[in-house]
Design a protein around this ligand. Structure first.
Ligand SMILES: NC(=O)C1=CN([C@@H]2O[C@H](COP(=O)(O)OP(=O)(O)OC[C@H]3O[C@@H](n4cnc5c(N)ncnc54)[C@H](OP(=O)(O)O)[C@@H]3O)[C@@H](O)[C@H]2O)C=CC1
Ligand SMILES: Nc1nc2c(ncn2[C@@H]2O[C@H](COP(=O)(O)O)[C@@H](O)[C@H]2O)c(=O)[nH]1
Length: 325
C-alpha cells in the first residue's frame, strides 16, 4: 500500500468545461436527502450545539448533533421535527443507550440519522448497537464508526450500517497515536483510499482536514461526506468557550476524549487547544462551497463526480513548502 496524507497529494487538472465556477454543483445525496456540500461539522461539544444544528438543517447542510448531553436528545428530535427539519443525533454503546433507542421507538420519535460515535468502532459492541437500532428504528439511516481498515468497513456494513466513518487518530486535538501507538494519523488519506476499496456503501472521511482543498482530495479518494472539527472551531456560532489573551480573542476546541470533556483523567486520548476567533460560520461554509466549485472546474467537470476520477501525484510535503496558510 502507498502511504501518504493530504499534504502529500496534488490533483491534476483537466480541460475546463464551464464558463464560470458558479456553474459547478457541489450538492451531495446522503441518505434520503440532498445537501449543499459534502461536509459535516464534527459531532463534538465545542463544534456543534442545538442552535447551530438548526441553522445548518434550515440551510440545507448536513449536521450530526453530539451525544454529550444525552438527556436532551429526545426533546431535540421533537423540536427539529416540529420545525419540519431533519433530526440527526449521536449515540454511544453503553446499556443506557439501548433503553434510549427503545424509548424513541415507543414515543415514535424517529431521527432521520443516527451516528454511533465511539473511538474504536470495529467492535462487537458497535455491531450489536447497529442491530439494535435497525430492529427498533429501521427507518433511521445509521452511520457507524470509527474504523481504519477495510475489514472494519465490511463488518459494520454487513451488520447493517448505512455508512461508515473512517479515521483513527488523525484529528487536530487527538493524541491517540501518542498514547497508544495506533491510528491513521499521518496517513489518513491513504487509509481512506484503502477503506473505500472495500466499501459498498458511503464512507465519511473523519479527521485531518486542514484546508478546503483537502475536501476535494477526500472526495477523490472515496469519501461521500467529510467530517471536520478544527476548521469549524472558533466561529461566532461555535459552542466552545471564548477566551481573551493579550487582546486577542480565541475559542476553545477540545477532544471528545479529553479531560475537559470527560471531567476526569481516565482513558484520555484528546487535548484542548485555543483557536483564533474566525467570525461567522456562514462565511466559512460559503468559502468551502466556492473552493469546491473551483476544484470541480479544475477536475474538468460540473459536479462532485468529476473529482472522483482525476489523476494525482504524490509529492511529499508539496503544499506548504514550509509556508503557513
Ligand atoms: N476518531 C478517533 O480517532 C477518536 C475519537 N474519539 C472520540 O472520543 C469520544 C470518546 O470515545 P470512547 O473512548 O469510545 O469513550 P466512551 O466513553 O464513549 O466509550 C464507549 C464504551 O466503549 C468502551 N471502549 C472505549 N474504547 C475502547 C477500547 N479501545 N477497547 C474496548 N472498549 C472500549 C468504553 O469502556 P472503557 O472506557 O471502560 O474502556 C465504553 O464502555 C468519542 O466521541 C469518540 O468519537 C476518541 C478517541 C479516538
Ligand atoms: N483521538 C481523538 N480523536 C478525537 C477526539 N475528539 C474528536 N476526535 C476526532 O477528531 C475529529 C475531528 O478532527 P479535525 O482534524 O477535523 O479537528 C472528530 O470528528 C473525531 O473523529 C479525541 O478526544 N481524541
Amino acid at each position: 500500500m502507498q502511504v501518504f496524507d493530504y499534504e502529500d497529494i496534488q490533483l491534476i487538472p483537466n480541460k475546463c468545461v464551464v464558463d464560470s465556477r458558479s456553474e459547478c454543483d457541489t450538492s451531495v445525496k446522503f441518505g434520503n436527502r440532498t445537501f449543499k456540500i459534502p461536509v459535516v461539522p464534527a459531532n463534538m461539544q465545542t463544534i456543534i450545539d442545538e442552535p447551530l444544528a438548526e441553522m445548518l438543517a434550515k440551510n440545507n447542510y448536513f449536521y450530526i448533533m453530539h451525544r454529550f448531553e444525552p438527556q436532551r436528545r429526545a426533546k431535540f428530535i421533537q423540536q427539529m421535527h416540529e420545525k419540519k427539519l431533519f433530526a440527526s443525533i449521536s449515540v454511544g454503546v453503553k446499556a443506557d443507550e439501548y433503553t434510549f433507542i427503545q424509548d424513541l421507538a415507543t414515543a415514535d420519535l424517529i431521527p432521520e440519522y443516527i451516528t454511533i460515535d465511539i473511538a474504536h468502532g470495529h467492535s462487537q459492541r458497535v455491531i450489536d448497537m447497529i442491530h439494535h437500532i435497525k430492529k427498533y428504528l429501521p427507518q433511521s439511516f445509521v452511520i457507524a464508526g470509527n474504523v481504519g481498515t477495510p475489514e472494519g468497513v465490511r463488518e459494520l456494513e454487513n451488520a447493517g450500517a448505512d455508512a461508515t466513518k473512517i479515521g483513527i487518530g488523525p484529528g487536530k486535538v487527538c493524541i491517540t497515536k501518542l498514547k497508544t501507538g495506533f491510528g491513521t494519523g499521518g496517513w489518513q488519506l491513504a487509509a481512506l483510499r484503502w477503506c473505500s476499496k472495500a466499501a459498498r456503501k458511503p464512507i465519511i472521511a473523519d479527521g485531518g482536514v486542514r484546508t478546503d482543498g483537502d475536501i476535494a482530495k477526500s472526495i477523490r479518494f472515496g469519501a461521500s461526506m467529510v467530517m471536520i472539527g478544527s476548521l469549524f472551531a472558533g466561529h461566532k456560532q461555535s459552542p466552545g468557550k471564548s477566551v481573551e489573551r493579550d487582546g486577542v480573542l480565541y475559542k476553545e476546541y477540545f477532544g471528545s476524549a479529553s479531560e475537559d470533556q470527560k471531567g476526569q483523567h481516565h482513558n484520555v486520548e484528546g487535548k484542548k487547544m485555543l483557536v483564533t476567533y474566525k467570525g461567522d460560520i456562514e462565511d466559512t461554509l460559503t468559502e468551502m462551497q466556492e473552493d469546491l466549485q473551483s476544484a470541480i472546474s479544475y477536475a474538468g467537470g460540473r459536479d462532485l463526480q468529476a473529482l472522483t476520477k482525476v489523476d494525482y501525484v504524490i509529492v511529499k510535503n508539496s503544499i506548504f513548502n514550509g509556508d503557513q496558510f
